[in-house]
Design a protein around this ligand. Structure first.
Ligand code: GDP
Length: 525
């Protein structure tokens, strides 16, 4: 029994693709699904983006803007593995959901446009992965176009993100001169334009072409050999241990659009990416192959189908085996719950899941039982997994109800949405005004929409712009430190935080008040 569970869990690979919009995440995801022949997916990825699959879109905003507000889950089988890809919104206005999705994966794939290099959104998402110490694999995309040189790109990884890298392959030429990749991992050359047997040329022990080929006389090939020599002598050592800790990123070059280098990437990725690992809980580590079933809710999506007004709680399974109809405890309340309705998402329909194991993600119908971060388990110990971190909001609005007669609905709506994790709530200590904090503009739009549609309240939101949020370590803070450039607020747990106008205001404050210790929950450990 345990053996088969062990095997099943060992075959799971659960990851998210992180990138800046337009780097090629959708294209790469589709190509990966093609290799696997997706068994469950939320509509083809591109169709969703272009809005063809409006039925799976759950809100007007999504339809109007042709984006997916929420992350969904895709699953495919490939080469003995069951792969779960957790999608993150492919839009600039991402939200805390995007971050929380990264709490539910075991590794991340970072896709970078080779011409643009590492962009803002990638940096933010990377930091969250780093905070968790999960393995990060890099895919430099669009090699069929002229971009930055591979050495420049590697340097950027180290300088901008501060992570060591190990190129698993190396391009021969680029753009219109793109010939192929030198595959260090499989010790072969993969030719760009060729198909079938022609595609792969073996290398000998010295890392040179083992067969006679016209490439041998090409200056591009010469240059690649020189660069490979440089990498071997002066580059980082390959280290599985460092990959596992997220300290060294295996790097792949390729072109998702032309499906070049994608399979090479997938094969190597599956080999080195971790299967589900033990997770910390209040009772100690929970082993993924333990017989007790457990998992945590990392996302709650309300009203996916306006006709049903239901909510779906997304559960990452952390141990044991899920079986439909099983009875579990909700650790927060100690209440028993029967898991009779579970769901996975298909384009037009929801398919019912009967069985799933650690690493898999399932959707549970929710009638208001669950909160973000909740643990459910069959264990009588009723342990809880580590609390999901609070993400540092960057954008703020002051919020009030348009109609003062609607105060009751207004408070109810805000508190429920805050509890659900849709947005963060702060109160100014001076005026007791409500401020909402978000990591992306879209969260405000979702909030406004849901307040109107679910709580029947029109809200007024005044922008107060972007701020640098720092929490105070001490429980007590001298409230006279409040100023217009360092707004003193309390969060929903009554913890003090300052909202600084800019970096300068933060530094100035630190200089003036060395005794007030401030922290950013998202600082790299
Ligand atoms: P996303 O926003 O990260 O999901 O990016 P998409 O996958 O939608 O890609 C953005 C654009 O880049 C689209 O026009 C793609 O066709 C294009 N693209 C993606 N991969 C490649 C590639 O390997 N080479 C080239 N030339 N274009 C690509």
């Amino acid at each position: 029994m345990v053996d088969t569970l062990q095997e099943e869990v060992g075959s799971r690979r659960t990851f998210a693709i992180i990138s800046h919009p337009d780097a090629g995440k959708t294209t790469l995801t589709e190509k990966l699904l093609l290799f696997g022949g997706a068994i469950r997916d939320a509509g083809t990825v591109k169709a969703r983006k272009t809005g063809k699959y409006a039925t799976s879109d759950w809100m007007e905003i999504e339809k109007q803007r042709g984006i997916s507000v929420t992350s969904s889950v895709m699953q495919f089988d490939y080469s003995g593995f069951r792969v779960n890809i957790l999608d993150t919104p492919g839009h600039q206005d991402f939200s805390e959901d995007t971050y929380r999705t990264l709490m539910a994966v075991d590794s991340a794939v970072m896709i970078v446009d080779s011409a643009k290099g590492i962009e803002d959104q990638t940096i933010k998402l990377f930091k969250v992965c780093r905070m968790r110490g999960i393995p990060i694999f890099t895919f430099f995309n669009k090699l069929d176009r002229q971009g930055k040189t591979p050495l420049e790109l590697l340097a950027e990884l180290e300088e901008v993100l501060g992570i060591e890298s190990y190129p698993m392959n190396w391009p021969i030429g680029m753009g219109k001169d793109f010939v192929g990749i030198y595959d260090r991992f499989h010790n072969r050359i993969e030719q760009f334009k060729s198909e079938g047997d022609e595609r792969f040329l073996p290398l000998n022990e010295d890392g040179e072409l083992a067969v006679p080929h016209e490439l041998k006389n090409s200056p591009l090939y010469e240059q690649t050999l020189e660069e490979i020599m440089l990498l071997t002598e002066a580059g980082n050592q390959f280290s599985e241990e460092k990959i596992a800790k997220g300290e060294l990123s295996p790097v792949f070059f390729g072109s998702a659009l032309t499906t070049f280098g994608v399979q090479t990437f997938l094969d190597a990725y599956l080999k080195f990416a971790p299967a589900p690992q033990p997770r910390n809980a209040t009772s100690g580590e929970v082993n993924p192959v333990s017989n007790d079933f457990s998992g945590f809710i990392f996302k709650i999506q309300a009203n996916m189908n306006p006709k049903h007004r239901d909510r779906i709680a997304f559960l990452r399974i952390c141990s044991g085996k899920f079986e439909r109809g099983m009875s579990v405890f909700l650790s927060r309340t100690g209440k028993p719950i029967n898991l009779s309705s579970s769901t996975q998402f298909l384009a037009d329909d929801r398919a019912t899941v009967n069985e799933a194991v650690s690493g898999d993600i399932i959707g549970l119908y929710d009638t208001g039982n669950y909160q973000i971060g909740d643990t459910i388990t069959t264990s009588k110990e009723m342990y809880q997994f580590e609390r999901l971190p609070q993400f540092t909001p960057e954008l703020f609005v002051r919020v009030t109800a348009k109609n003062v007669m609607k105060q009751k609905h207004f408070h109810k709506g805000i508190h429920q949405l805050v509890q659900e994790g849709a947005i963060q709530l702060f109160k100014t200590v001076r005026m007791e005004e409500y401020l909402l904090g978000a990591v992306g503009q879209l969260q405000f739009e979702v909030f406004e929409h849901r307040m109107r549609n679910e709580y029947n309240v029109e809200v007024i939101m005044e922008r107060i712009g972007s701020k640098i949020t720092r929490w105070a370590e001490d429980e007590k803070v001298d409230e006279s430190l409040h100023s217009s450039r360092s707004i003193l607020v309390k969060d929903r747990y009554d913890k003090y935080a300052f909202l600084f106008e800019n970096e300068f205001a933060l530094r100035w404050f630190n200089d003036k008040n060395p005794d007030v210790k401030l922290y950013n929950p998202m600082d790299l450990r």
